[in-house]
Write a protein of this length. Structure first.
Length: 218
């Protein structure tokens, strides 16, 4: 019995070590691949015809304001008003009738002064990979500025870079420490999945074969 227990502990430790190594390598590689492509300063950010806002819920559980959503909307408006982007794709989950990230983002941007004809809705942005690849495959945009928090932009740029998309990231304001603990932990595993999607599984969006019209870029 003691021998079996020792073998179990040994196997458990090896498994945990390998898992930690995979997480560390994935995190390092995503950061390295996106280096020099994310920006905090609008002045330093190159112009790009199209901005891509990655979706999230407008409200947190309990009904309170989602700061991730709020700061992404503010960042998108700042870029548009500064002339850094001409159009904004709002890409989010619309898988159930009562939940519509895309429509919430569009309505918020309009309320903040963005003309409706400058906003393009992507209702099939079920994941970061879906949103980034659909910008190219569905809307024909292979040069985009991704708008989200820095950690999210890094992963999105990594995905885009490996699918021949020229992607920059404008970093929306981060949330206060402690606000997004679960999001931070989840991101480590999301980076592992992104590595698998890109290098092993060759994952494509759930819907990407039907093309959608996109406004003419000046």
């Amino acid at each position: 019995m003691k021998t079996l227990f020792k073998r179990f502990i040994k196997l458990l430790l090896i498994t945990l070590f390998l898992l930690a190594a995979v997480i560390f390598i994935s995190d390092y590689w995503v950061i390295r691949q996106s280096k020099d492509h994310t920006f905090h300063s609008i002045d330093e950010l190159p112009e790009n015809p199209t901005g891509l806002v990655l979706g999230t819920s407008k409200r947190v559980r309990g009904g309170g304001e989602n700061l991730y959503f709020k700061y992404r909307m503010q960042a998108a408006v700042e870029l548009f008003q500064a002339g850094k982007i001409q159009f904004i794709i709002v890409s989010g989950d619309n898988s159930i009738r009562e939940y519509n990230e895309t429509r919430d983002m569009k309505n918020s941007l309009i309320e903040m002064g963005i003309p409706e004809d400058k906003i393009v809705e992507d209702f099939a942005g079920f994941s970061t990979l879906d949103s980034v690849l659909r910008a190219k495959e569905v809307f024909g945009q292979d040069s985009i500025t991704i708008i989200s928090q820095e950690f999210h932009n890094q992963r999105a740029i990594f995905i885009g870079k490996n699918h021949d998309i020229y992607a920059l990231g404008f970093n929306a304001s981060d949330v206060p420490k402690g606000y997004g603990k679960f999001i931070t932990i989840r991101e480590y595993f999301a980076r592992v999945k992104a590595m698998l999607d890109v290098y092993v599984l060759n994952t494509m969006p759930k819907f990407y074969k039907d093309k959608e019209p996109f406004p003419n870029v000046e």
